[in-house]
Design a protein around this ligand. Structure first.
Ligand code: F6R
Length: 608
């Protein structure tokens, strides 16, 4: 999620990596820094805030070097401060490290290092990794070998880039899950987290695959396996223009973000599932979870829809009463708040004015508050008593996609955490954790439905109205699917629990109407079938989004989209959001809509 750049060659490497960072600016970040090696010494400059802060430091010191690395940070561990900005160094300050990802076992590693006299200056997991690499980097061991040995001790998703004062002219990188690309220039070599950073310098690139280490020097880039075996890089030429490259080759940020969801699942769970249980750091102490008698979830738009899924999971699994409020209604609704209640604020941006106003009201009434937020250090994250970050990475498209998935997952993790604390025998935590571990793969399978969804969009691109229906958790996903369609394709939608159809909305069904049913819940399938028949009898076309295991009736529908089966009902329902996001996207694209910036809407709504 962070931006990474590195250069070795005849140009001023500091200028090159700063320029490369600027080319990654579209991703969003909260601090930036760089390290360069000059005359056998490491120099580090870093600053919280926009790139202009780092730019001012460079303008003052005008450094020049032939080896440099740089990083723009999207905070995960530790707030966006100068000290937490990358690069970080090891105990002997001999190496400098930048990192994208999350080291899951950093706390264990840190306490071991502290017990052996190491001192740390930041709250980051990256600094711990720098110390681990530093420990391996002694007795004449080469940097590439030290990184290789250190990586074996780290758990999680990461891409590292490392330089050493003792090896000027060398950059070492390692990758597991987070992206890293090397660029082969003419008499120069470079590395970046994303192709756009490389394009002004070279179009010849190779992807460092998972579990590989690379040694990048001015005239060679060598890849190695984690066992130290040389691997032949597979360079290719990028023919995208710079704008397409920012979007990873996708036409829009929205579709890129939809496709990022399997990785987002990994990021969101990183460090939070261990063995067969859930481990959430930084929450209230256990007695608070016993004391809480009611939860209020407060949010807007997509985040509100995630909150509805939260209610569904909390009430079913924990028998804890939950209300979900639109932030704008909560504020003026004179809410009755139990002093033992907890208010959960769900927000991607952490800056939504309505939610902030509701948060102020809760604070004035001395109600405990918890943020479920994507942007680290944002106002809601700072002002809540506790915060759980969704770790979905920067979301650029106005229409929220991957943040929704991460919000629902974090709420599920919270349910499991409370179930563990309250020792609820009815909640099968190990089984649900197992389903969570397989969920990234489920999301990948949902993405495989794209050709079918595209064909469906072709058929219905002139729709005047689309229905989104379901029962139980599927009914909540239907609301989010409808919001996606109306906000980017400008098609009016009708969304409600399927059982409500006959109480009114059925009057709108006529030939040409498309009705999309979420149908993952086996307990309500018979009832749902009746609702589908009601639509078909009035000339509507029915699309069922159901699981691999769903019964044969699904074949009676006009189109059936099958997602992976999953015992945990909330997860089965959640995996249907992917084909529904894809449907909104392809309909909008076919209708020529402005997808990433839909009319009248803004990414962060900072007015009430
Ligand atoms: C819809 C969308 C909005 C936001 C809402 C809340 O795609 O993005 O409905 O979900 O404005 O924003 P956050 O989550 O930033 O508080």
């Amino acid at each position: 999620m962070c931006g990474i750049a590195g250069y070795v060659g005849p140009r001023n490497a500091v200028d090159v990596v700063f320029d490369q960072l600027k080319r990654l600016e579209y991703r969003g970040y909260d601090s930036a820094g760089l390290a360069y090696v000059d005359e056998g010494r490491l120099h580090v400059l870093k600053k919280a805030g926009k790139l202009t802060g780092l730019g001012s430091l460079l303008a003052e010191s005008k450094p020049s070097a032939h080896t440099a690395i740089a990083h723009s940070r999207w905070a995960t561990h530790g707030g966006p401060t100068d000290l937490n900005a990358h690069p970080h160094h090891d105990q002997d300050a001999q190496i400098s490290v930048i990192h994208n990802g999350i080291i899951e076992n950093y706390l264990e590693l840190k306490s071991d290092l502290v017990s052996r006299g190491h001192t740390f200056h930041s709250e980051t997991d990256t600094e711990v990794a720098a110390h681990v690499i530093g420990e391996e980097y002694r007795d004449g061991v080469e940097l590439v070998e030290a990184v290789r040995r250190a990586v074996a001790k780290l758990r999680g998703a990461f891409a590292f880039v490392v330089v050493s004062s003792a090896e000027p002219g060398t950059i070492v990188c390692a990758r597991n899950a987070s992206p890293l690309i090397v660029g082969f220039g003419e008499g120069e070599s470079m590395v970046a987290s994303d192709i756009p950073a490389l394009l002004p310098y070279t179009r010849r690139v190779a992807i460092l695959e998972n579990d590989m280490v690379a040694k990048v020097t001015v005239d060679a880039i060598k890849f190695y396996s984690l066992e130290g075996k040389p691997i032949e890089p597979k360079p290719f030429d990028v023919d995208w223009d710079a704008v397409a490259a920012e979007k990873g080759g996708f036409e829009h940020f929205m579709i890129k973000e939809v496709h990022e969801q399997p990785e987002v699942v990994h990021q969101c769970l990183a460090g939070r599932v261990e063995g067969d249980h859930v481990k959430l750091d930084g929450l209230f102490s256990d007695h608070v979870w016993h004391e809480i008698d009611r939860i209020n979830i407060i949010a807007c738009g997509t985040a509100y829809h995630a909150g509805l899924m939260g209610k569904w999971m909390f009430e079913r699994m924990l028998q804890l009463p939950v209300d979900v409020f639109y932030s704008s209604e909560f504020r003026y609704g004179e809410p009755l708040l139990s002093p033992r209640s907890l208010a959960i604020f769900v927000s991607q941006s952490g800056e939504t004015a309505d939610s902030l106003a509701a948060l102020r009201l809760c604070k004035a009434r001395r109600i405990r508050t918890l943020g479920v937020v994507n942007v680290v250090g944002s106002s809601i994250a700072r002002d809540c008593d506790r915060v759980l970050y969704t770790q979905a990475g920067p979301e650029i498209s106005v229409a929220s996609t991957k943040a929704y998935t991460a919000q629902v997952l974090v709420l599920l993790l919270l349910v499991l955490h409370i179930a563990q604390v309250r020792e609820m025998p009815g909640v099968r935590v190990p089984e649900i954790v197992q389903d969570l571990r397989g969920f990234a793969e489920s999301m990948r399978q949902s993405l495989d439905l794209e050709p079918q969804v595209k064909a469906l969009a072709e058929r219905f691109k002139d729709s005047k109205m689309v229905f989104f229906l379901g029962r139980n958790a599927d009914a909540h996903v239907a609301l989010e699917a409808a919001l996606k369609l109306k906000e980017i394709a400008y098609i009016p939608t009708q969304e409600c629990p399927a059982g409500e159809l006959k109480h009114g909305p059925l009057a709108l069904v006529e030939p040409g109407v498309l009705a999309v049913f979420g149908a993952t819940d086996p307990d309500t399938q018979d009832k749902l079938l009746s609702n589908m028949k009601e639509v078909q009898a009035r000339g509507g076309t029915v699309v069922a989004v159901t699981t691999n295991e769903a019964s044969a009736w699904a074949d009676e529908m006009d189109t059936v989209l099958r997602v992976a089966s999953c015992e945990t009902k909330a997860l089965a329902a959640l995996s249907t959001i992917v084909p529904l996001q894809l449907l909104a996207y392809h309909l909008a694209n076919l209708r020529g809509c402005e997808i990433d910036q839909p009319r009248n809407l803004a990414k962060s709504v900072t007015v009430e």
